[in-house]
Design a protein around this ligand. Sequence first.
Ligand code: SF4
Ligand code: SF4
Length: 474
Amino acid sequence: MKIKVQYAMVMNLDKCIGCHTCSIPCKNVWTSREGAEYMWFNNVETKPGIGYPGKWENQQIYRGGWTVKGNRLKLAAGGRIHKAMNIFHNPDLPVIDDYYEPWDYDYDRLIKSPPKNHQPTVRSHSCLTGEPMDPAWGPNWEDDLAGLSETGAGDVNFNRLEIDTYLKFKNLFMFWLPRLCEHCLNPACVASCPSGALYKRDEDGIVLVDQERCRGWRYCVSGCPYKKVYFNWKQGRAEKCIFCYPRIEAGLPTLCAHSCVGRIRYVGVLLYDADRILEAAAVPRDKDVYPAHLDILMDPNDPETIQAAKAQGIASNVLSAARRSPVYSLIRQWRLALPLHPEYRTLPMVWYIPPLSPVSRQVADTSEIPAAIDQMRIPVTYLANLLSAGDQEPVRLALGRLAALRHYMRLRRVEKQTDTQVLDPVGLSAQDADQIYQLLALAPLAKRFVIPTAPVDDPAVFTRQGRCGLGEAF
Ligand code: SF4
Ligand code: SF4
């Protein structure tokens, strides 16, 4: 047993309002540079929709992630030897038009225009060529349901659903999916790089690109099934989300999490058994990857785990943070958060609480919850395709628990009644319900982000180096 530490993030999709406040500080701090104009380490996609880059979820096109042949786990696009033999030919890459040609406006013309009879207007121009352009595609093209009639058929999460039915007005639905690098336990980007430039940090699992070793082959871009490595055309190097590690080391959350106005994000550490990664990633059936993934996460309150972790050199402040970790509770203890497309077998570490979209009718008691979930605007099949390799049971469990919690709290706060029986069918206790309610509805910053500082000789270094961007009191 080899116990390792991993940072993870949980996002509550019920509360994301698609405001993109998370993307802006990330862009300003990390990718506001020439060569990185089109990059969004954090983006927020409109669902249904084909995302950014377009159709990134369609591995028939991009061949990202891993597949299982017999008992063997293989990169879907072929291993390093295959890549070394075909190093100048990588047909699986997205091109700039799949992301979008970034554009801007000449705001000075608006601000400095002299008084006229009509409002001044400006045309968009390309950030790459400087030429005027008429945008024809970009992230969130389907927002407010625009463009869905054109792109909807390309959304693979409609698998096993009649897309035409969901384009009818009464059946339409929409939600947002914020995305960043998953800092996977079994990262296909690392395994795909012929130069060995990508690596997973031993101390906290953050996946990084060594800029000195990168030779710009871009096999990490095609290997990542989430399309979260980007190619900087100016530098000729790969770049990706760094999980804001300079902030994390100082005990601060990532910029996207800290700035989230919906307070949908939770960041913390998990302990897992690194010796069992292959076993979890190589289970034969796609729908078994999620339970196998859960299985290698270790209980941070278990005395034997604590003792073994200490013996393997994991610091006591990290173990203390793991015990208070909101992400462990949401992922493992209550099974409310699910991984994005577990069938890619990279064992991703950004998890999502599925949206309990407005149910079509009021639930009178918990016996009605299963039927109400079937009548949700967002079909369970769609969420299962997105979050549990098509298996509806984990999605139904999470949604059932959220619906029961909503019913329980409504009885308590509006009707002034306490009825724990409403929690029994979904396997929650009154204490669980209180803790989930506190975490999802009320938790202040210190409960949403439990981040141990990195070991340093001089703890004052974090104060001296300054705390860029946002302050602590949010
Ligand atoms: S999501 Fe991140 S860690 Fe996972 S394969 Fe892609 S770039 Fe690598
Ligand atoms: S800031 Fe939060 S609520 Fe707004 S889009 Fe980002 S994740 Fe969603």
